[in-house]
Design a protein around this ligand. Structure first.
Ligand SMILES: Cc1ncc(COP(=O)(O)O)c(C=O)c1O
Length: 375
């Protein structure tokens, strides 16, 4: 890593794309043109401390899908968070790191039967549902599950909307709870997700209010409702820091009003983006260039990925100085949904990940117990 880190010659902020351009002076790019990430474990630690300060009543269950690199998962287990898993493989991944099943929620409302069975035989009991069909599958494959009813909420203020695909409408909640009761299943709580990259606090307030109504219905039907899962949607990139504090204030206030600490309700969340987005910086090498127009100092540019696919585009338009083949671009805030959704399409390798950590964090968290540095 070290040779890469001393190459900064010019730095620009390309509109919307926070990118540093590195002009290689000592680097033999012929042998070093593969993209790579630098993953800051300190950044993850710092986010965690901030979470605990701002949302002291809410236990984070890290959403594994957001970035399942082993360095991240080990760090999260060192921080003693819970985990939101979406499949058998994610559950296996966490159990293999020594995470106990009670710290896992299987937070996918549409699960293959075999994955539900796997969860059941490995002691993972908490899981979400939003339909009668899912209840039937669960009653056949893991009748002792502790069920969390996911409700659809307003996700219109989010980058990635989820409620068109997941979550029961409030009108159908009574019927679903009735069905769970008839099947002899145990419902313990309610979950929601305001959508990933949420920009407003109001949807959290409204969703917690809706969850309260569902709690009341569940309690009336004889369930012991005791878990509220407020999902993900939080960001922690620099421009979002104030928003996180604003969200936290609204969430804390609404929780204290509707789910006060003496209600005995455990509150959890499923943050993904919040923890990892800004922890990862991607370094990519300019391997080709095509000039379309060249009249200004800064050029309106398109940044393409290396494959044959025309969808493989990092950005459609950004203003940056002229780049040359062999230059390096550093792109920050690349930790969320990039590693986990990358592919080796066209035979281009996935970017290697270099985790970095300060000695202070290493010792504070006893990371030598968790990371095998010979690997
Ligand atoms: C069920 C569930 N939980 C948690 C998350 C993580 O969301 P975020 O990265 O916005 O925190 C997602 C993201 O899609 C999700 O679908």
């Amino acid at each position: 890593m070290a040779p890469f880190l001393v190459l900064a010659v010019i730095a620009v902020l390309a509109g919307g794309l926070h990118a540093l351009i590195f002009k290689p002076s000592r680097l033999q790019t012929e042998d070093n043109e593969e993209p790579f990430y630098v993953a800051s474990l300190d950044s993850i630690f710092e986010r965690h401390l901030r979470w605990r300060t701002n949302l002291p009543r809410v236990t984070p269950f890290y959403a594994v899908k957001c970035n399942n690199d082993a360095s991240v998962l080990r760090m999260m287990s060192a921080l003693d968070t819970g985990f939101d898993c979406a499949s058998k493989v994610e559950i296996q991944q966490m159990l293999s790191l020594g995470v106990t099943p009670d710290k896992i929620i299987y937070a996918h409302t549409t699960k293959p039967l075999s994955h539900i069975k796997y969860a059941g035989t490995h002691g993972v009991d908490m899981m979400t549902f939003d339909s009668e069909e899912e209840l039937l599958k669960i009653s056949l494959s893991h009748a002792k599950a502790k069920l969390v009813l996911r409700i659809a909420v307003d996700d219109s203020a989010s980058k990635v909307r989820l409620s068109s695909k997941f979550g029961a409408r409030l009108e159908s909640v009574g019927k679903l709870l009735g069905c769970a009761g008839e099947l002899g299943l145990e419902v313990i709580g309610v979950s929601f997700h305001v959508g990933s990259g949420c920009t407003e606090s109001l949807p959290f307030q409204q969703a917690i209010t809706d969850a309260r109504r569902v709690f009341d219905m569940g309690n009336l039907l004889g369930f012991q409702m005791r878990l509220l899962d407020i999902g993900g949607g939080f960001s922690a990139i620099e421009s979002f820091q104030q928003k996180f504090e604003e969200f936290s204030e609204v969430i804390n206030r609404t929780l204290d009003e509707l789910f006060p600490p003496d209600s005995g309700v455990q509150v959890i969340a499923e943050p993904g983006r919040y923890y990892v987005e800004s922890a990862f910086t991607l370094a990519v090498n300019v391997i080709a260039k095509r000039v379309v127009e060249s009249r200004e100092q800064r050029y309106r540019s398109v940044i393409w990925g290396p494959t044959c696919c025309s969808y493989d585009k990092v950005t459609n338009s950004c203003w940056i100085p002229e780049l040359h083949v062999g230059d390096w671009l550093l792109i920050d805030n690349m930790g969320a949904y990039s590693v986990s959704s990358s592919s080796d399409f066209n035979g281009f390798e996935r970017a290697h990940i270099y985790p970095v950590v300060t000695a202070e964090t290493w010792h504070t968290l006893n990371l030598s117990d968790i990371y095998d540095i010979r690997q």
